[in-house]
Design a protein around this ligand. Structure first.
Ligand SMILES: [Zn+2]
Length: 263
């Protein structure tokens, strides 16, 4: 195989996949009477090169099969693909985002295709969790919470990172079919939505993870570093301002000069 670029779905680490971390097993399926005709399959696995991850992805693929004289065969075009590991398309999230919120997000991703309705319910719960945790707003319904957040932004006292276009993004999702129509209902109510509507909610949550939690963390880290730089500068200035060493001063003044820089 030729090495190829790949991003680990577990840890997000970008890397080049080489032969020792890749394995594909092709197999024939001797059950040729189906409407598919002759089929074969393969299992494909990749192991992440990141030492702190080392997780494996696994995909099973069903393909058409080309037969040749002498019992030889090859894999034809793909009919179905089942990504088995990781279990869902959920992107890895940092551990400073509250666990219940990330859990709701992961569940929403995991069941998106199987049950968009349940996925949208988990995603709405996740959105509500974020508005409560990050913005400190708790109301009876998610719709009221979004309205309160909108008001906060307009009045200019929303938490840093909650920009007007964040509200636009939330409003956009609110405008989608049943999600919007039932925002004011209990978040536990199961809505009837399509997979792409459920995905729009998931996209919104990923955007808010980035813009709220990740951006806040980056800002905090920068300020912390800046704080260290300022402290270092202060310390250097203080040192430069120190009076001459006491031993050069006459005896009576020396004790006073010694005290001054210490306090
Ligand atoms: Zn990884």
């Amino acid at each position: 195989m030729d090495p190829f670029n790949w991003k680990c779905p577990y840890c997000g680490h970008a890397q080049t996949v080489v032969e020792e971390r890749y394995y594909r097993a092709d197999f024939q399926i001797f059950n040729d009477k189906s409407a598919f005709g002759p089929v074969a399959g393969y299992a494909e696995t990749i192991v992440c090169a990141n030492d702190s991850c080392k997780k494996m992805t696994l995909e099973i693929v069903l393909c058409r099969r080309h037969d040749y004289p002498g019992g030889r065969w090859s894999v034809g075009h793909t009919l179905f693909t089942w990504p088995l590991l990781p279990e869902s398309t959920a992107k890895p999230q940092p551990d400073y985002i509250p666990k219940p919120i990330v859990e709701n997000y992961k569940q929403a991703c995991r069941i998106r295709d199987l049950s968009p309705n349940a996925s949208a319910t988990m995603a709405r719960r996740c959105l509500q969790g974020m508005i409560r945790d990050f913005c400190g707003i708790t109301k009876a319904t998610l719709a009221q919470e979004i309205d309160a957040l909108d008001e906060m932004v307009q009045q200019g006292h929303a938490p840093a990172g909650v920009a007007p276009d964040t509200i636009d993004a939330i409003d956009h999702v609110r405008s989608i079919g049943n999600i919007g129509a039932h925002m004011e209902k209990d978040i536990n109510l199961i809505l009837d939505v399509e997979p792409d509507e459920a995905q729009a909610l998931i996209d919104l949550i990923e955007l808010l993870f980035e813009e709220w939690y990740v951006a806040r963390k980056v800002r905090e880290q920068r300020l912390e570093r800046l704080g260290v730089v300022i402290e270092n500068k202060k310390a250097k200035k203080a040192q430069a301002a120190l009076p001459a060493p006491p031993e050069k001063l006459p005896a009576p003044a020396s004790s006073a000069a010694k005290k001054a820089p210490e306090n």
